[in-house]
Design a binder for this molecule. Structure first.
Ligand code: MRU
Length: 372
């Protein structure tokens, strides 16, 4: 997508021999736009853990590029062993999104147990990582096209009046390699002249909505309003939301969805008020080994300091963090929650829109019919 008139992806290879991974430093947004270089596998792990990069698709692509850097660092005789170890390190950075493990396993499948010179293996790793990143961008583009039909239908129902879409967290292009998932249909609708407006949840504690979704939408010219995290239910009760579209970090084969904490409450409010609730995801976000999201999806618990502090820009332009609770306050910080399939209207995938049930999903993914 474009930033100040220049086209960007969120991650790419740079350096004379394409030996480093360049990212947009999301920790500085929305106040500063800067790129940041990751030179080693360790840099990539830290970049994912500390959220320089974040969002399911982007951490999947980052992990793939991390495996490429790992291949450059691996010993000749110990190549396979070093790659397996690198995969373990990456998988431990953030447990909830399936794209990360999916990308690591795809890279391992391709690179281990293989004959050939080390240089060839490194080249194969680079090629595979680039392919994973390209696939992520392509999937998101397709999601935009399928989701556009839903927004178009809503616009027709409203006789061309503005379609109000609520989203939670950031599942725009910053969370993927390009285009995004939840926001991809919004961009497609806006670009094709449909009047859209987005309600942007702030998404405490890391404020991805306030910092990232608002920045993205504003940069593209899409009208939006930032709302407190707790406002969605009120808006739905008053007929001010036509549809909800969120992203997903992991989706089970029967359609249970793990997404940023707070998604479940929005889904409950949507169900209660008859508002369609859609979840957008690329195929790499499905976890075909899981059925029961609530019982099986690992939920990341992050540093409680993220809850006790907020960071923002002061009136004189300094970026500062301030504590928002008594010094001795104990806090807990779950990053994600699970929305059961029964609260979801449909899954917008890169293969079309699936009914959120095992049967509905398998219609689009018949190759996954054999239960592992
Ligand atoms: O913790 P984050 O910022 O990596 O959160 C993940 C997400 O971006 C959201 O849960 C999003 O809605 C789905 S992933 C694009």
């Amino acid at each position: 997508m474009n930033v100040n008139g220049r086209r960007y992806r969120t991650i790419w290879l740079a350096g004379p021999d394409k030996g480093l991974v360049r990212i947009i430093n999301q920790l500085l947004l929305p106040h500063q736009f800067e790129t940041f270089d990751l030179h080693t596998l360790e840099d990539v792990c830290r970049g994912i853990q500390d959220m320089y990069v974040r969002g399911a698709g982007l951490i999947g692509a980052a992990a793939a590029y991390g495996m490429y850097l790992a291949a450059r660092e691996a010993g000749d005789a110990s190549f396979d062993e070093d790659m397996v170890h690198a995969g373990e390190l990456l998988k431990h950075t953030r447990p909830t999104a399936s794209n990360l493990a999916w990308a690591v396993d795809a890279m391992l499948g391709l690179l281990t147990g293989r004959q050939g010179r080390r240089a060839q293996k490194i080249e194969a790793a680079r090629f595979a990582a680039e392919a994973i990143a390209a696939e992520d961008a392509q999937s998101c583009r397709k999601i935009g096209r399928y989701g556009l039909d839903l927004i178009l239908a809503a616009a027709e129902r409203k006789n061309g009046e503005v379609v109000h879409i609520l989203t939670h967290c950031n599942a725009g292009w910053l969370a993927f390699v390009d285009y995004g998932t939840a926001l991809s249909p919004v961009y497609a609708a806006f670009d094709s002249g449909i009047a859209v407006h987005v309600w942007v949840d702030e998404t405490r504690p890391r404020n991805q909505g306030a910092a990232l979704t608002a920045w993205e939408l504003g940069g593209h010219g899409v009208p939006y309003d930032l709302i407190p995290d707790n406002a969605g239910g009120h808006l739905m009760q008053h007929g001010m939301v036509d549809l909800v579209i969120t992203g997903a970090d992991r989706v089970t084969r029967r359609g249970d969805v793990a997404n940023k904490i707070g998604t479940y409450l929005k889904a409950l409010a949507a169900k209660e008020n008859g508002v369609p609730f859609y979840v957008a995801l690329p195929s790499s976000t499905f976890d075909w080994n899981m059925r029961d999201g609530l019982g099986e999806i690992p939920i990341e618990e992050r540093d409680p300091e993220e809850v006790r502090w907020v960071t923002g820009k002061t009136t004189d332009g300094r970026i500062e963090s301030v504590r928002i609770c008594p010094d001795s306050t104990s806090a807990r910080n779950w990053g994600f929650d699970v929305t059961p399939a029964c609260c979801i209207t449909g899954l917008i995938t890169d293969r079309g829109i699936a009914e959120p049930s095992e049967q509905g999903i398998l219609k689009l993914y018949p190759e996954q019919r054999c239960v592992p």
